[in-house]
Design a protein around this ligand. Sequence first.
Ligand code: ZN
Length: 244
Amino acid sequence: MPFLILSDIHGNGDALRAVLEDAKGRYDQILSLGDLVGYGAEPNEVVNWVRENTAACIRGNHDRACTGLDSIEHYNPAARASAVWTQAALEPRNLEYLQRLPRGPLPVQSARGSFDLVHGSPLDEDDYLVTAADVSHIRSLLETQLSFFGHTHLQGGFLITRGGVQRIAPGRILELEPDHYYLVNPGSVGQPRDGDPRAAYALYSPEARVVEFRRADYDVAKAAARIREAGLPESLALRLHRGT
Ligand code: ZN
């Protein structure tokens, strides 16, 4: 029973549709790691789709910020402008859905044991796990052998062994070893920040114990045009082209 794992869609319907086309026929259930909205110009399209199609979804910091659950004072000007725009654009039922999303870690059962969904880190939904040092700090506190996380918009993750923490490069296939711990990031569907503008996602097969990192080409110019037409900051359109 393979899972399609999506994170940080950020209101980018064009990227989401391309991912679904690319992954067609290759999964049974869809899981989301939060940040459905913020930055992109199609928040309602994304939330409508997530509401109807995902088996499990946790909240991200932008889902809180764009629905009034969190202060946006510490956000940069572009993120703040998009949070204000998104809150005004969201249909009431979508606003309510986002406000009610659970905080991670959220356990998901599979044929081969359970794994967790988290937005930032297993300890704090707002933590950024970017470097091996970030993971070393929380290593002894990890309770679950496999967690999927987002928030950094960087595809890959970390392998935690007795010897230490190693980065997992976003190669195509990751084979999970029984004795190790893993923090796996599918990358961002709607706003990649690893220099590759293609939409990022992952497929996880518990039976095969394999995570497949994937990228999907999509019409970046179209998504950028929607951002401009919505009157959102130009920087949000440009960064989609750069993938940063
Ligand atoms: Zn995000």
